[in-house]
Design a binder for this molecule. Structure first.
Ligand code: ADP
Length: 576
């Protein structure tokens, strides 16, 4: 996940306060207005306090006029006057907190730029998006006004909500303050959605609102929610891996994918199962710093690579978390810019937050000895996160896993409907030579990303990390006298975690539970995340076997036509 998003997460989670009614979490008190906790509906309290303010003010002015006429000193107050002064102050405080702050927020928020929001927004919910809503009411954006966007009185909208919706539509109330102000995440999402409907004229029919715990995503997973997307989850398996059976959850809308992976699992199971080995486990973050000269940058590089300094640097780095353990620092220069790729183990977390905190510690420490060091960015793209990069393919990132199996001749024939020599030849010409012709970077496979993405979405991983997590080379060779098939997948950068991020959401946690890797491993920190990485590689192995077999047997188009274009319920065979 991008550093700025992670910073926002940290800020947001720090701001999360204990739950209020209904279990909804609300952000920092600083953003909760006095009116939020009033026992009466907002419009009654508005009316009440406005009345108190006017009556007290009128009373005080009359009294002062009488005093001036009869030359009585103004500061001598009777009980009724004291009460009137208290009434004026109290109602003024209420009115300013209700109308004043919202007014100032709506003005200020419209001038925030995106960066300011990402780094400093105290509540999940960007000022930028609030501005987008205000912009929509601006005549400069006539396209956003459509005939059917005219406010429609919805019978389910209460009078109180109606008032807030109108205020959001008019740009007086920023959409991102709704959760904090109402203390009810579901209600906030409903109001935001209705405001959006009125602004855009799009009803969002089909995008469900109910049936989701909006409090669970606050400050963690998603800002400005208006609903949730439904995705089917299929299950492939059993995948027999290292002597254990796993049913693999896959969230996808690609017909054939789950069925095809399941067929691969069947071939593996009937051949005695697959085995895996995790070669390496370390998340990386590479800040970039600039020094006055290339010579000076080289001095810092030498300092970081000096074995005697590693222990001290590791000590500083590891303070970020009890699970973070610095493993290595690899440096590269571009002119006077130095890129330092820190690599560390992160327990069961995918680890981007953890490694970024460790890097911040080290940069602070280095600044003491290298005061001319200018930190350009905590991420200098040598990490490399969510972008295709040779460094991940060669050095690895996250978990580096190899998974292999020997598929028996009769299983190749009966289950995969092809033969060993056809598979070996196809793999060589397509996955190896074909990918070389394409100048591929880590793409020496048939469709690893299909399986990786589907498991990532089902288990709450960061789907954008599919880019490097899908790096894979598939190898196939004939063994046992040319009859059986040795197949393997080598995946150097599988980035997964079983704690943090989306893994704690109910559906995703259920899928992790199905794989027996939910949460932190109690026996050995990191064991659950490593097991999940091995399962991902095992499922990729199954997917590769099945798709390549379909291609070898010339079944691909046939099966796609059958399962993507048909309404019949009778699965089998693969996609690409
Ligand atoms: P990430 O670094 O992947 O972004 P987070 O920082 O969001 O993950 O989540 C990791 C959090 O979970 C940390 O606060 C860490 O202390 C806590 N945690 C609890 N148990 C474990 C564990 N076994 N491995 C890693 N982190 C753990």
């Amino acid at each position: 996940m991008d550093v700025r998003q992670r910073s926002l997460q940290r800020l947001s989670s720090a701001a999360a306060a204990p739950s209020v009614a209904g279990g909804a979490r609300r952000p920092a008190d600083a953003l909760v207005q006095a009116s939020d906790v009033l026992p009466l509906p907002i419009r009654y309290t508005n009316f009440l306090f406005s009345g108190v303010f006017i009556a007290s003010l009128v009373f005080l002015m009359r009294r002062w006029r009488e005093k001036v006429r009869s030359s009585v000193p103004l500061h001598l107050l009777g009980l009724s006057e004291i009460l009137a002064v208290v009434g004026v102050i109290a109602s003024l405080v209420y009115l300013i907190s209700f109308f004043g702050i919202a007014f100032v927020q709506s003005i200020v928020s419209c001038h925030d730029d995106e960066d300011e929001f990402l780094l400093s927004a105290p509540v999940p919910g960007p000022a930028a998006a609030a501005c987008a809503i205000s912009l929509a009411t601006d005549p400069i954006c006539p396209l956003l006004y459509t005939d059917n966007a005219a406010p429609r009185k919805d019978p389910e909208v209460t009078a109180e909500d109606e008032e807030i919706i109108s205020s959001v539509v008019a740009g007086r109330t920023p959409s991102y303050v709704l959760e904090a102000r109402l203390g009810d995440c579901r209600r906030a999402a409903g109001i935001r959605r209705e405001a959006l409907r009125r602004i855009t004229g799009r009803a969002l029919e089909g995008l469900p609102l109910d049936g989701f715990d909006y409090a669970s995503i606050m400050g963690q997973c998603c800002e400005l929610p208006v609903g949730y997307v439904q995705l089917p989850v299929g299950v492939a398996g059993p995948l027999v891996l290292d002597g254990r059976e796993h049913y693999v959850p896959m969230a996808t809308t690609e017909g054939c994918l789950v069925a095809s992976t399941s067929r691969g699992c069947k071939a593996i199971a009937q051949s005695g199962g697959a085995t895996s080995v995790v070669l390496r486990d370390g998340m990386t973050r590479a800040p970039v710093v600039r020094l006055p000269s290339a010579r000076r940058a080289a001095e810092l590089k030498a300092f970081l690579e000096e074995p005697n300094n590693f222990e001290t640097i590791a000590l500083v780095f590891n303070r970020s978390s009890r699970f973070a353990r610095l493993q290595a620092i690899h440096c590269a220069l571009a002119g006077r810019n130095l890129y330092m790729r820190f690599s560390c183990s992160t327990g069961d977390a995918m680890g981007m937050n953890m490694v970024s905190k460790g890097v911040e510690n080290v940069l602070g420490y280095l600044q003491n000895d290298f005061q001319d060091m200018d930190v350009i960015s905590i991420s200098g793209n040598f990490c490399s996160d969510k972008k295709p990069a040779a460094v991940n393919w060669i050095e690895g990132r996250g978990k580096s896993v190899v998974c292999e199996a020997i598929i028996k001749e009769e299983v190749v024939k009966k289950v995969l409907k092809t033969n060993t020599s056809a598979l070996v030849e196809l793999n060589m010409i397509k996955n190896l030579a074909g990918s070389a012709v394409a100048g591929s970077l880590g793409g020496f496979n048939a469709h690893a990303s299909n399986i990786v993405s589907a498991i990532y979405i089902a288990t709450g991983q960061d789907p954008a990390q599919n880019v490097e997590s899908s790096h894979c080379i598939t190898m196939m060779e004939a063994v046992n006298g040319g009859k059986d098939l040795h197949v393997s997948v080598t995946m150097p950068s599988i980035e997964v975690g079983t704690v943090g991020g989306g893994t704690q959401l109910a559906s995703q946690a259920a899928c992790l539970d199905l794989l027996s890797v939910k949460g932190a491993s109690l026996e050995s920190p990191g064991a659950n995340a490593r097991r999940l990485a091995a399962i991902v590689a095992g499922a990729v192995l199954a997917g590769e076997l099945s798709l390549l077999s379909a291609l070898a047997a010339g079944q691909l188009v046939q099966s796609h036509m059958k399962y993507n274009r048909s309404e019949k319920i009778s699965p089998k065979l693969p996609p690409e």
